[in-house]
Ligand binder design. Structure first.
Ligand SMILES: [Zn+2]
Ligand SMILES: [Zn+2]
Length: 235
């Protein structure tokens, strides 16, 4: 059986490694390549990876690094032609922003153990720039009921209502009694900016209606509340 396609997360990790060890100067015996192979075999992304004989083995990782060569202006050889559109996207998104690449890679490594296996069909429309693992973690954190309750209580205590910080929608005002207390809580700080074990602060949460929340997460990187406000006002 053919191995599953590389996901965004996996390609981000591979590109980060590419810049640390060029495939022109190494081979599949390289320690870091073996380490990435091991890591990819533990990520909560492909539920049936045991069904593949050579799932992300060191040779596969090495070949993936070689796939990036064809985009590299510093490489004069031909490079492998094989490879998908996504690796091209990842190259152009991150090759000029290595800091961010590194930060996201590190966060995937740090936080992957906190993410339960992603069994549901991956909804790529919902995927953030940081890839599936961090998307999932972001959503888990946004549903953390203690923090959400605290934030909502805090806002209600201060303003007497729960209005969307982007569009001003108020569930209680629109739906009446049944809408009371409804609103979503958005983490404005991307998971890739978090340190391991860092607690989210109330001021890093924003109250949003479900629609605005959806829209904010649609672009890569996600919009800020202010950016969405501007979009709404300009219409
Ligand atoms: Zn809204
Ligand atoms: Zn959010």
């Amino acid at each position: 059986m053919r191995n599953p396609k590389w996901t965004r997360d996996e390609l981000i990790l591979a590109l980060d490694l590419y810049f640390r060890c060029s495939p022109t100067k190494t081979n599949k015996e390289n320690k870091e390549i073996i380490a990435l192979s091991d890591l990819l075999n533990t990520l909560p992304i492909h539920p049936n990876r045991n069904g593949y004989e050579k799932f992300r083995n060191p040779n596969g990782v090495y070949m993936k690094l070689c796939n990036f060569l064809r985009f590299d202006p510093n490489y004069s050889g031909k490079g492998l032609k094989e490879g998908g559109k996504l690796e091209e996207d990842i190259w152009f998104e991150f090759s000029n922003n290595r800091e961010k690449l590194k930060k996201i890679s590190q966060a995937i490594v740090n936080f992957a153990p906190e993410v339960p296996r992603l069994i549901e069909k991956n909804n790529l429309e919902d995927e953030f720039e940081e890839g599936q693992v961090l998307t999932k973690l972001h959503k888990i954190r946004e549903r953390s009921s203690t923090l959400v309750k605290k934030k909502k209580n805090d806002v209600i205590a201060k303003t007497g209502k729960l209005t969307c910080e982007s569009c001003g929608f108020d569930f209680a005002e629109f739906y009446g009694e049944i809408g009371k207390g409804l609103a979503e809580c958005h983490h404005t700080k991307p998971v890739s900016e978090l340190k391991k074990g860092e607690k989210t602060k109330l001021r890093e949460l924003s109250i949003l209606c479900a629609n605005c929340h959806r829209v904010i997460h649609k672009s890569k990187p996600m919009l800020t509340i202010a950016e969405l406000k501007t979009i709404i006002e300009k219409r």
